[in-house]
Design a protein around this ligand. Structure first.
Ligand code: GAF
Length: 377
């Protein structure tokens, strides 16, 4: 018996019906453009969240987490609607609500996606519950439909106005590949991402920084982009070229101009990164990763001192490229590094963090891994 099934049985006194899993993610390039209908190139990491689920015949919903001492949270299915009680449980309840479930369930979650590191532990949680319920109740929803449902859970139930990238890659990631995702229609293409055979490694640096700006700053960036779209009469920033943006500069505030410039240039960096990967040109990929960070730092203003130091210390120690990943204002950076330079890069980052009296960073690596799955137990 897997350990989550054993814990489920100890907790709820019966076996689960379904066991599901979903990974966290790292985004190689294409940051803060999913909500502008852009293209992104994330991959699913090996770390994942698991959900053991059993149907109930009454209307009771019970949720517990192995990471939170398996304290059982109970709520009637009729009360599962936005504004309900719950803390982290809202990520689970939101999925139950957005899938329109009308009967009770027992759920236990467990996992090893580092929380607060900008590796999408929340998407992993939502997606493992979604694929588990999809299997248990034979909902027959496709991965893009589940992505929309889990995004709705986070937007409307949890109250975080995230885009569609994290849930999509958690559901549709492919082992060995980064996922080129068109955020307009959720079509995907697996782009082989084999750093190891090129003698490289993708280092993940968790800065352990969490700045208060996170929620308000994210929503404000979205609002700035929407304002540009409205002023220029566009469908989304995806439809804007750099020349058109320059021509329209006078209609925008300086902030709006800079935010739009990030979106437009980041989309073209994603396309260039795909071409570089196809040509196994990791030097160019590294330069594009650096360009992404500069744009996120200067035009989009979502970096922070800890991320900037992680990036500059990595590059100074020989990384081919380095940038912040995810929403920003803290969380993780990535660095594309020759295997022989890994220790040097880690030491360089550690030394700079110590000199600046920042909290000690954590290091991870991960190969691109498979997306979510669920099996009957
Ligand atoms: C967060 C959001 F959840 C994503 O939708 C995306 O916008 C990302 O920040 C920035 O690229 O992870």
């Amino acid at each position: 018996m897997t350990s989550i099934a054993r814990h489920f049985e100890d907790l709820y006194g019966r076996k689960p019906d379904v066991i599901a899993e979903a990974p966290g993610r790292v985004n190689l390039i294409g940051e803060h453009i999913d909500y502008s209908e852009g293209f992104v190139l994330p991959f699913a990491i090996a770390d994942r969240t698991y959900a053991a689920i059993a149907a109930r015949k009454d209307g009771l919903v019970r949720v517990a987490s192995h990471q939170r001492r398996e304290r059982i949270f109970s709520i009637d299915i009729n009360d599962v609607k936005p504004g309900s009680k719950g803390d982290w449980e809202k990520y689970v309840l939101g999925v139950i609500w957005s899938l329109g479930l009308n009967q009770g369930v027992d759920i236990l979650v467990d996992g090893n996606v580092p929380a607060g590191a900008g590796l999408s532990s929340s998407a992993a949680l939502e997606c493992c519950v979604a694929v588990g319920l999809n299997e248990l109740f034979s909902l027959n929803l496709s991965a893009p439909e589940l992505a929309r449902a889990t995004q709705k859970a986070e937007n409307d139930y949890v109250g975080m106005p995230c885009g569609i990238m994290d849930q999509s890659v958690s559901l549709m990631g492919k082992a060995g590949s980064a996922l080129l995702l068109d955020c307009r229609d959720l079509t995907t293409e697996a782009i082989p991402f084999d750093v190891a055979s090129a003698g490289l490694e993708l280092l993940i640096i968790d800065t352990q920084a969490h700045h208060a700006l996170v929620d308000g700053g994210y929503a404000q960036r979205r609002a700035d982009c929407e304002s540009v779209v409205a002023k220029l009469g566009l469908v989304s920033l995806r439809h804007l070229t750099l020349n058109e943006l320059e021509a329209a500069r006078g209609q925008l505030t300086e902030i709006e101009y800079l935010r739009a410039r990030h979106a437009v240039t980041e989309i073209s960096r994603v396309m260039d990164a795909v071409a570089a990967l196809r040509a196994s040109d990791f030097k160019t990929l590294g330069a594009l990763i650096n360009g992404s960070h500069q744009s996120l730092r200067d035009d989009y203003a979502v970096s922070c001192p800890e991320l900037d130091v992680a990036v500059s210390a990595s590059i100074a120690a020989g990384a081919l490229g380095s940038r912040m990943v995810g929403g920003g204002f803290g969380g993780s950076a990535i660095a594309l590094v020759n295997q022989k330079d890994i220790e040097k890069v880690k030491q360089s980052v550690l030394a700079e963090f110590e000199a600046k009296r920042f909290k000690k960073p954590r290091f991870f690596t991960s190969l691109p891994s498979a997306g979510a799955s669920a099996t009957r137990y």
